[in-house]
Design a binder for this molecule. Structure first.
Ligand code: HEC
Ligand code: HEC
Length: 323
């Protein structure tokens, strides 16, 4: 708070207390000097026979008002509330929050430490661990990856079995601990402008069996080998070391439209997943890695259940398992 605001608050507080006190004094004086006769009315009459009597406020009622003034002064001595002055107790909201976080850490750290002893498979089979993982995911990951982990344009879907940076436990752990930065340079100039970019984009769509112009794709194939294969592989199957996505599986980080693919090729992409080693610590990240693995495992289980039994019941059970 700047000095100006502190003074503003201080003036308001003093003015508030003083004006209450003056008002109270004034009304009690009024009562003493205008001591009404017993039974005297103010002269106001409603509905012909409803009269307003002029009776003083009860003493105990006035005392309550005086008490609240004394209470407010006591409160402002103990707690921060009058702007500049911080209060005898030295209490602050931020400090209270920090203490509560600290207490929660102390309470829950052993639980996460115990989970960290277990293998990813054990964790995935442990319902309590997975529901703790669900909560962590909701607090720290859902804003980007969605509450179900299904992602959005530019934010990978974590429930499919298609991994940009690798789907082994260690690789997922690494993604969360240290973050990831997927960088692809733009290729508009080397490809000779829009025509070259369009040709390669048609070739990329052909890799996933999407509708494409065969002639343009054939022209793009050669350029793909020259400019793209170094990262995406000669067959376009990607490289998890570089975070270069598999371009043959019809799973897309960005959109699959010709325009979106052209945009990626012409301008490149620079995408960032933040690191969580410092914010969450190794124990919680390990639990999260297992939770993320469980998302794609349950999708795979649901898919095979839906395929093996073609009944509507099995399909909806599979849907439930996914959620
Ligand atoms: C600020 C947004 C953001 C938050 C928060 C975030 N992520 Fe990510 N995450 C991303 C982006 C963007 C990528 C893709 C990075 C790239 O393209 O290289 C990514 C990638 C990943 C990957 C790699 C996926 C793959 O296919 O290899 C995993 C695993 C992951 N995130 C898990 C998590 C978990 C668990 C959390 C919560 C602790 C989390 N993310 C929080 C944005 C975020
Ligand atoms: C230096 C390595 C590198 C080269 C060379 C490269 N890419 Fe990429 N590409 C990447 C990375 C990394 C990503 C992921 C970007 C991200 O995380 O946002 C990517 C993403 C893409 C995507 C988006 C995929 C999706 O799922 O939405 C397309 C399409 C693509 N590249 C095509 C190409 C083509 C075509 C070329 C050649 C003209 C090329 N790339 C050259 C590294 C590369």
């Amino acid at each position: 708070m700047s000095m100006g605001w502190q003074v503003y608050v201080l003036v308001l507080v003093i003015f508030g207390i003083l004006s209450n006190w003056v008002l109270l004094r004034w009304t009690t004086r009024y009562e003493i000097t205008h001591k009404p006769e017993q039974g005297e009315t103010t002269g106001h009459v409603w509905d012909e026979d409803l009269r307003e009597y002029n009776k003083p406020l009860p003493r105990w009622w006035l005392r309550l008002f005086q008490l609240t003034i004394i209470f407010s002064i006591g409160y402002l001595i103990l707690y921060p509330g009058s702007g500049v002055y911080e209060g005898v107790l030295g209490w602050s909201q931020a400090q209270q929050y920090a203490e509560q976080v600290e207490q929660a850490e102390q309470k829950y750290a052993p639980i996460f430490a115990a989970y960290a002893e277990q293998s990813p498979q054990q964790l995935m089979a442990n319902n309590d661990a997975m529901s703790a993982g669900f909560n962590l995911f909701g607090n720290h990951c859902a804003q980007c990856h969605g509450s179900g982990g299904r992602g959005a344009v530019g934010f990978p879907n974590l429930t499919d079995d298609d991994w940009q940076w690798g789907g082994e436990h260690e690789q997922i752990l690494n993604s969360i601990m240290n973050g990831r930065n997927g960088v692809m340079p733009g290729w508009a100039t080397p490809l000779g402008g829009d025509k070259g970019v369009t040709n390669v984009a048609h070739y990329v769509r052909s890799l996933s069996g999407l509708e494409h112009d065969a002639e343009a794709a054939a022209a793009g194939q050669q350029q793909f080998g020259m400019f793209c294969a170094a990262c995406h592989g000669a067959e376009g199957k990607g490289n998890p070391m570089l975070g270069a996505p598999n371009l043959t599986d019809d799973t897309w980080l960005y959109r699959a439209t010709l325009d979106s693919i052209k945009h990626t090729i012409a301008n490149g992409r620079n995408n960032q997943m933040p690191a969580f080693a410092d914010t969450l610590g190794a124990d919680k990240v390990k639990l999260l890695a297992a939770y993320v693995q469980s998302l794609s495992a349950s999708t795979a289980a649901a898919d095979s259940a839906a395929n093996s039994t073609a009944t509507a019941d099995a399909a909806s059970a599979a849907q439930l398992a996914v959620q």
